[in-house]
Design a protein around this ligand. Structure first.
Ligand SMILES: [Zn+2]
Length: 336
């Protein structure tokens, strides 16, 4: 194993991704798929100084996954296509998509200085997000066919039909739902949003649609504190800053299985934000690396036990360790 990955994967904060033997032992029985393209990676020289997001966490996570689970990465990896304008129109208004031509609108959504050239935002931010949105669409098809699929990106849960915010431009999960709704006869879709932030964009999209219900566990002390959107959350767990593993996992174990059994969804979309990590500057929660791994294992276990297709997307995560947290959980999903 190359020194860099060994160091990263065996770091003190994040337990080693030593699931390789486990992965190899299970690779014949596991059906989970993974969707990723190098085009997901975003940012430009110097962008790390303008926004805390690590735009290369996708490729870093992919490198770790390939090393810990090479067979799955080779045989169960799919490369998506970027979402087209026609697909975006399944959710977004024409007016909003037109507004995205404006540098002012884009820099507001992306929380970047408004003097950056439009072409740079287009090439290094919008295009990657179109690829990641296409990835969620492809991951939905694969989860339906094989039982579980992770898109190594996406989870842009602050984007609604006519507005982007919080670094989210395209509402990838709702777009994927609408793309496949008719073909899969989807009448009960569940979004499990465990990112540190309230998923206000998706909640606004589905506020009047009882076929899509949302389970959201988030830090209510931080952005977006969207009261209107909150009314659309069916299972609402509004937490406070600094919550630790035991309380957090207790909420999930105590309420998520009952919510799934009550609604009996045909498919689950999971927004697995790692910004609940104790070192994350935006999430402001106190969850350890082990706690995040256990959380992701619980969600995949609940779906698998009930044979409900699971689509996992990444959501937020704003530390240098974010990609390691992602890689460990995805490796487990691919192996189980
Ligand atoms: Zn977040």
């Amino acid at each position: 194993m190359p020194e860099r990955c060994k160091r990263v994967c065996n770091g003190q904060q994040v337990r080693p991704i030593n699931d390789r033997a486990h992965c190899i032992a299970n690779q014949m029985s596991s059906n989970s798929r993974i969707v990723y393209a190098r085009e997901y990676n975003l940012g430009f020289p110097g962008s790390r100084h303008l926004h805390p997001f690590d735009g290369y966490k996708f490729s870093r996570a992919w490198s770790c996954i390939k090393r810990s689970c090479p067979s799955a990465a080779k045989h169960r990896h799919y490369r998506p296509l970027p979402a087209t304008y026609e697909l975006l129109r399944r959710i977004h208004t024409e007016q909003y998509l037109d507004e995205l031509r404006s540098r002012r609108v884009l820099t507001r959504i992306l929380e970047l200085p408004n003097n950056l050239p439009r072409w740079l935002l287009e090439r290094w931010v919008l295009r990657p997000m179109l690829w990641a949105t296409g990835g969620t669409i492809e991951a939905t098809r694969l989860a339906w066919e094989f039982g579980a699929c992770v898109n190594l990106g996406g989870g842009f849960h602050h984007a609604s039909r006519d507005r982007g915010e919080g670094f989210c431009v395209y509402a990838d999960v709702p777009i994927a739902i609408e793309v496949w709704r008719r073909q899969f006869s989807l009448q009960r879709v569940m979004i499990i949003d465990l990112d540190a932030h309230q998923g206000n964009g998706f909640e606004r999209i589905y506020s009047d649609d009882s076929t899509v219900e949302i389970f959201d566990v988030y830090n209510g002390d931080i952005y977006p504190q969207d009261r209107t959107a909150r009314a659309a959350i069916r299972w609402d767990h509004c937490l406070t800053s600094g919550m630790l593993d035991a309380d957090y996992l207790g909420i999930i174990e105590g309420s998520l299985p009952a919510a799934i059994d009550e609604f009996q969804p045909q498919i689950i979309f999971y927004i697995a934000g790692t910004d609940i990590f104790e070192a994350d500057p935006l999430g402001q929660m106190g969850i350890s690396a082990e706690g995040i791994f256990r959380r992701d294992c619980l969600v995949s276990k609940y779906a698998a036990e009930r044979q409900i297709p699971l689509v996992m997307t990444l959501g937020g995560g704003y530390t240098a360790e974010s990609y390691q947290l992602v890689a460990r959980s995805v490796t487990h999903l691919l192996a189980s």
